[in-house]
Design a protein around this ligand. Sequence first.
Ligand SMILES: [Zn+2]
Ligand SMILES: [Zn+2]
Length: 314
Amino acid sequence: MICGQKNIGSLAQKIYSRAVPVQFTILGSGSGGNCAYLETAEVRLLIDAGFSGKQIRQKLASISRTPETLSGILITHEHSDHISGLVGLATKLNLPIYCNRQTREAIEAALQIKINAQLFDTGNSFEIGDVQIDTFSIPHDAIDPVGFLLRTTVGQIGFLTDLGHCTKLIIERIRTANILVLETNHDVQMLQDDPKRSWSLKQRILSRHGHLSNEAAADVVEQMVSAELRQLYLGHLSRDCNKPEIALNAVTKRLQKTGASHIAVEVTSQNVPCPTLHLQKVFDALPNPLLFKESFAKSIPVQPPTVLQQQALL
Ligand SMILES: [Zn+2]
Ligand SMILES: [Zn+2]
């Protein structure tokens, strides 16, 4: 049976109302390393692995998890602050690494290892257990960098870091996110005044294939504001050319301007994991849950329920 829009809405609401445990933790984010953890009923995933294997093990231990139980690692691109932990983790544990073909080649050349690559084509979607992963191209000075939208049964998490500028296409791909990890890399003035960086490096960071400044990120936030968006993480802050309070101020000022008081904002840290987010609790705290449920139902991908889902709903 082909499921009509009305039925999909009711399916989404039933899925929404089931108490499925989905939790999300940013284990660390900054110019020196990036790694996040997503756990659902069926999978345990890392998104990037930009710390040493030992550090990732310690960060996972802080939330009572171990690398041995991971289902796999999603990789956005091959820069060392996103892949350095693959040497210590992926090869020893033979974990599946989800990346595109060119990124796989770049990783294997840079780290001199063979990985258990599960390849996707940039722009396509695929599933790992009960998570659907949408991939899309982003402008950054890597071989084939991507952003992700992770669709769980409870909500959607967008990853938008390491990009020189944001296009309308990217906004479209990530518009339904309930949680967004967004790069606020640098304060433009601090970067220009930085005595340690060469002129050419500054030009690279500021270029359309470099990194998002605080103000550029605030522009993205302004375009992304919706009833669905509930939680914003400001990520990938430069150690030398940004400060958490400056990034936070730039984004919260813009949220206030748009009247979006329902969106929580948290600045990520390089060294300390963010508190774990339990997605159901985020949505339970909505000021107008009925309004949200309606808009959430619209964002569920248009596809008929599987046999298993139909059985689960009976
Ligand atoms: Zn990076
Ligand atoms: Zn990068």
